[in-house]
Design a protein around this ligand. Structure first.
Ligand SMILES: O=CCCCC(=O)O
Length: 492
């Protein structure tokens, strides 16, 4: 475990994986703005001092990416695939260390962190394979002497801004399709979790990814990266995972350059349990979905709607299982729920609980009281009697609080589930086949989980509708976001 006497390096099999310098154009550099602190949310102490790059240094990374991309795009798909495969293998060989680094800076339990590393690596494996299958098209000509061809070409330099909740997988889900397509990549990780991003630079270098093709620009000021990425004409693609609020700002900034944008933004996922559901499966699904990463996931269940006939029983079974979950340091054996990322995250959960209670909800587990000590620990809360006028019905809680809403009628619950500006993930449990089809069709979401609480995989298109975003990540669709179509018309 990490304590004030233990250095993070000493927990790693390969201590050279822990780096504090930024990876700029294939070189390890210090920040012109000095360093910024990375803290362990389980204890609140500083575990690293990472290079704080200036905006000029971010521009330099873009210049280098611009130059490197031309040659990288000339590699065959098979050549790019071979290097990506090596990157994937290195990630899996170092899964334990990558997991330890991730837990130390982000907080999630080690088993979950290692799971994220395997998930993150799967995008590199998948898109490496796709590099060989970037097919164009021929179209029958519109006149006797005309031949029409459609080429697919890399967009150019892709810039990314990624969040702290999945500090590995949100980078690979963007970098892997970008590199497979022949783009170069400049990524700015969240300031809370730069170490998991920098280790990907170490492994990229070891895998033989050419200098400049993959850069990690660490910075304590998110607006520097956002502005440089949007204003620099050498960047042709911006990909972002984060809040809808920041997504809107980036889209406005990117408009001046008419830049291609992928946005994976906020959610407000409904999780619906119908009377005919397998109740134990629904409880297990709700726990996986609600408490993944301690509720700090954009696809976590935010509103749990339970049909009246099974409401009390569902609440009882959910409480019985959740109260057994162990809250603690993610690096300690047996921990189910780690700390939240910071004090603000705790405040937000408490605000939702207080608002719901004031409007009549009842607490059946927890109550939003943090645990003693320096870590940001908040035991899980379950509320019953939650209604549509409460704050949690509108905003993402992003924490360990499960609000149970009661409903009678299928049409009513669909209307309530869709009554939000968001449209990322949704879930429901039911057995009746006709209901399954109709509800899946009626939910206004990019993702629908039916009788499952976990929908994330590299082989499926992940993304939202409405204000949850633009574009899809993962699957063969995911690479299209990094390709341009060129139509060639030949007179023969
Ligand atoms: O917060 C969003 C991260 C997405 C995690 C996933 O891919 O399931």
């Amino acid at each position: 475990m990490l304590d004030q006497h233990t250095d993070l390096k000493s927990l790693l099999k390969d201590p050279s994986l822990l780096v504090e310098a930024a990876y700029l154009g294939g070189e390890w550099v210090q920040g012109d703005e000095g360093t910024f602190d990375v803290t362990n949310p389980a204890r609140g102490d500083v575990i690293a001092k990472v290079a704080d790059l200036s905006r000029e240094q971010i521009a330099e990374a873009i210049d280098k990416a611009y130059v490197a991309q031309k040659d990288w795009a000339s590699w065959t798909g098979k050549e790019r695939a071979a290097v990506l495969r090596k990157w994937f293998d290195l990630m899996m060989e170092n899964q334990d260390d990558l997991g330890t680094i991730l837990t130390a800076e982000q907080g999630k339990p080690l088993a979950e962190a290692k799971g994220e590393i395997a998930y993150g690596a799967s995008f590199i494996e998948f898109f490496g394979e796709e590099a060989k299958r970037i097919y164009g098209e021929t179209i029958p000509g519109h006149q006797r002497d005309k031949r029409i061809m459609v080429m697919k070409q890399p967009i150019g330099v892709a810039a990314s801004i990624t969040p702290w909740n999945f500090p590995n997988a949100m980078i690979t889900r963007k970098a892997a399709p970008a590199l497979a397509a022949g783009c170069s990549f400049v990524g700015r990780p969240a300031k809370e979790t730069p170490l998991s991003a920098l280790v990907m630079g170490v492994l990229a270098e070891r895998a033989g990814i050419p200098k400049g093709v993959f850069s990690i620009v660490t910075s304590s000021r998110s607006s520097d990266a956002g502005k440089e990425f949007c204003e620099n004409p050498k960047v042709r693609k911006l990909t972002f995972t984060g809040s809808t609020e920041v997504g809107r700002i980036l889209l406005k900034q990117a408009a001046d350059q008419v830049m291609k944008c992928s946005m994976e933004l906020g959610g407000n996922a409904p999780f619906i349990v119908f009377d005919d559901a397998d109740l134990d499966a629904a409880v297990d699904g709700a726990i996986m979905c609600k408490f993944r990463n301690n509720g700090q996931t954009c696809v976590c269940a935010n509103r749990i709607y339970v049909q009246a006939g099974v409401y009390d029983e569902f609440a009882k079974r959910l409480k019985a299982k959740v109260e057994k979950m162990k809250v603690g340091d993610g690096l300690a054996e047996g921990t189910d729920l780690g700390p939240l990322i910071n004090a603000d995250a705790i405040d937000k959960v408490q605000e939702h609980i207080a608002d719901a209670k004031a409007k009549g909800a009842k607490v059946i587990l927890g109550d939003g009281q943090p645990m003693e000590g320096a870590g940001h620990y908040l035991p899980p809360t379950i509320l019953t009697g939650v209604t549509q006028d409460m704050q949690v019905a509108r905003d993402e809680t992003f924490g360990p609080m499960a609000p149970l809403f009661k409903f009678d009628d299928v049409d009513d619950v669909i209307a309530m589930a869709n009554d939000t500006i968001f449209g990322l993930a949704s879930y429901f449990y039911a057995k009746d086949l006709s209901r399954v089809y109709k509800v899946a069709e009626a939910l206004e979401y990019g993702i629908v989980g039916v009788n499952t609480g976990i929908i994330s995989t590299e082989v499926a298109p992940f993304g939202g509708v409405k204000q949850s975003g633009l574009g899809r990540e993962g699957s063969h669709h995911g690479i299209e976001d990094y390709l341009e179509m060129k139509y060639v018309c030949m007179s023969v």
